[in-house]
Ligand binder design. Sequence first.
Ligand code: ADP
Length: 270
Amino acid sequence: AEPRLVVVRASRISPRLTLLVLKDITERERVEQMRRDFVANTSHELKTPVGAVSLLSEAIESAADDPDQVRHFAGRLQAEAARLALLTSRIMNLSRLQAADEFTDEREVAVDEVVAAAADAHAIQADAAGVRIDRGGDRGLYVRGDAQVLGEAIGNLVANAIAYSPRGSHVGIGVKGVDGVVEIAVTDRGIGISEADQERVFERFYRADQARSRRTGGSGLGLAIVKHAVQRHGGEVRLWSRPGRGSTFTIRLPLIDPPADQVAPPRRRA
Ligand code: ADP
């Protein structure tokens, strides 16, 4: 691993000379540090919903004589519990992706099939939000990897595109193969992301201000999962966005040859 230097001590020896003691954080220490940070900020993020669940259950208890109040608090309790369930499953997925272990299910994956499945999985969310999904592009393209992990990554982009778009708008999902790479682009005409936030949205638990007020159910983990999932497949994610105009997230993955049984047999001459 290339050396990563951190300052351990800085002592001013003279007005023009400062002695820096540097330490090389090796890859292993860096991974260890990442793990510690991860545990620290997940525990922090879990505190809010866990606290809410406990407060709401107390509220239900003290409102026992008032059925309307009980229903109201029970509804909120269910929403918090659902949020907690989503958060924990995302935390587990992300921590699995950050761990160094190999994918258990690695094979040839048909890109148009994972994309179609990810789009279908969000049809109900799109309907409820009044957003139309337009899907198209190249077929018969393959990448090597774990279809479930890739499907979740694409699905997270689709879910965001819908969530941050106005009613009546369209979300586009395109697939294109160029120069040994497949590009899966998810485009929306929604609220967009400021330039400053574009640098940070892939960090875990980071949420832009507009998003915080707009969508309280978010976890801030969706894009971190996308980034790690794509990197684990030897690819990258690109982001184009303009506030008020929309965003395009593009996943780029190395293409492989189609599996032998998927190649159309050469036509025989009569
Ligand atoms: P969240 O659960 O908050 O959506 P993500 O990690 O998926 O978490 O996204 C991080 C933040 O990036 C969001 O809170 C939002 O501010 C911003 N964001 C992601 N996708 C979009 C999009 N398509 N349009 C506008 N903002 C987006």
